[in-house]
Design a protein around this ligand. Structure first.
Ligand code: AN0
Ligand code: CP
Length: 317
């Protein structure tokens, strides 16, 4: 693996999940694989789970880890080529990236969508520059359009909790006060589309995702209908994708909050969310606290998805 930014980079999904479950059974089995290897994690945006779980995964493999919060203590970085740098940014990404590459064997990058310029976001300008200029293998810790370590952990979690071979998975939009990227729902759809699970996406009109990610999913605008017979409810907010509303909040309608009445329509479904989650916007207190909520197990599997990906990189270094 030279990079890990999308579902295709992991290859066969069945063998990836099997490898992850094997790692989960003994997460210290490869504790020497990362000896004298250094992981550099670069954060352009905040994180709790990704930061901790990826660092823990690297430690399980015997790696050294360096973490840089670009917005805390580093020089402000210019990202556009051709800019006359007479403003507040003393360093250009085009020098910073190869310099970062000098100090490590592997680089993880978190860089969210700006939600202003759709072309810029969907070209994945920041992480693509790391891939091109760092001289190191690069993996996404959530980039502009995808969050593959999250989706991989989601699939591992579904594999652990499903009781039928082909569960019905429903991804539902839910309200949120601020504009959020489409990365998590895009990526979840991309990974679920690699399985043969029944897959339904439900959202208010105007929240259609890029058809490239929706793929074979059935889009159902009637949320109650979508929830019928569901085995897993995957809640997430995202901002509008389609022009002219790209990156905008079109609705904060709390009838879309996942509450116990909505969950009662399902086939006793499990509730999933990548976290962080705003209670009583996305999901009611009672649903997230119920015994059908598997959000903590899902977060725990972030260590496992990260370790599987890091192990594959290390084996090829
Ligand atoms: C981010 C998002 O929606 O992409 C990160 C989720 C893992 N969420 C927030 O910014 C609240
Ligand atoms: N789910 C997830 O990626 O969480 P963080 O933003 O806290 O890393």
């Amino acid at each position: 693996m030279k990079k890990f930014t999308c579902a295709d980079d992991i290859g066969d999904i069945r063998s990836a999940i099997d490898e992850a479950l094997e790692i989960k059974r003994d997460r210290f089995a490869h504790c020497d694989l990362g000896k004298n290897r250094t992981l550099l994690m670069i954060f352009f945006n905040s994180s709790l789970r990704t930061r901790l779980s990826t660092q823990k995964a690297a430690i399980n493999l015997g790696m050294n880890v360096i973490v840089l919060d670009v917005n805390q203590g580093a020089w402000k970085l210019e990202t556009e080529r051709g800019v006359i740098m007479d403003g507040d940014k003393p360093e250009h990404l085009l020098e910073a990236i190869p310099v970062m590459g000098c100090y490590c064997d592997l680089i993880g990058v978190r860089s969210f969508a700006g939600l202003k310029d759709k072309a810029e976001d969907y070209e994945e300008r920041v992480i693509e520059q790391f891939i091109r200029h760092s001289g190191r293998p690069v993996f996404s810790m959530e980039a502009a359009t995808r969050h593959p370590l999250q989706s991989f952990a989601d699939l591992i979690t579904i594999e652990e909790f499903k009781t039928v071979r082909r569960p019905k998975i429903v991804m539902t939009w839910a309200p949120h006060p601020r504009a959020l990227p489409q990365a998590v729902p895009n990526s979840f759809a991309e990974w679920i589309n690699k399985t043969d699970y029944e897959f339904v996406i439900t959202h208010p009109e105007g929240y259609e995702l890029d058809p490239k990610f929706v793929g074979r999913a059935k889009v159902e605008y009637d949320r109650d209908k979508a929830f019928e017979g569901a085995d897993f409810i995957y809640a997430k907010n995202w901002s509008a994708y389609n022009d002219p509303n790209y990156g905008k909040v079109l609705s904060t309608d709390r009838r879309w909050t996942v509450d116990s009445d909505a969950m009662a329509l399902t086939d006793n479904a499990y509730f999933m969310h990548c976290l962080p989650v705003r209670r009583n916007m996305i999901v009611s207190d009672d649903v997230i606290e119920s015994d059908r909520s598997i959000v903590i197990a899902e977060a725990a599997n972030r260590e496992i998805s990260a370790q599987t990906v890091l192990k594959r990189f290390l084996q090829e270094l």
